[in-house]
Unconditional design. Structure first.
Length: 131
């Protein structure tokens, strides 16, 4: 087994949660659990194959533990996955423009809209740093 060093310093107190959906078709929504009290560092989408026919828009919000109302995350509410530039492995990501501190068992809500009609699996992710 060969171990390679990261090309940059990687914090040991970060974890990435993921959610896999079958496609980027509108309505393929879901949630990522916040594993511990943390600062939200980044959210994103990784395509498993090209998005077909039209763009998709991926929005991220959060639902605080015990709450019933989602809150928008500044800078991440409408990320466009362009069908003309899409291919397997394409990463679309954003960092919140404001500090977002989340409690354990909160959730990052992923909502897909737009008019894309097909494409392969897609992985949405959120990276958390212990706060």
């Amino acid at each position: 087994e060969t171990h390679m060093a990261y090309p940059y310093n990687r914090p040991l107190n970060e974890v990435t949660g993921t959610l896999t959906a079958p496609t980027v078709v509108s309505g393929q929504n879901g949630a990522i659990r916040v594993p511990f009290r943390s600062k939200l560092m980044e959210v994103g989408t990784i395509l498993g194959s090209a998005a077909a026919t039209a763009d998709a828009t991926v929005g991220f919000t959060y639902l605080a533990a015990g709450s019933t109302t989602a809150t928008s995350i500044a800078g991440t509410s409408a990320m466009t996955v362009a069908s003309t530039l899409s291919q397997a492995g394409k990463v679309t990501s954003a960092e919140p423009t404001e500090t977002v501190i989340l409690e354990k068992d909160s959730a990052i809500i992923v909502a897909v809209t737009g008019s894309s009609t097909s494409g392969g699996n897609v992985t949405h992710y959120a990276t958390f740093r212990e706060a």
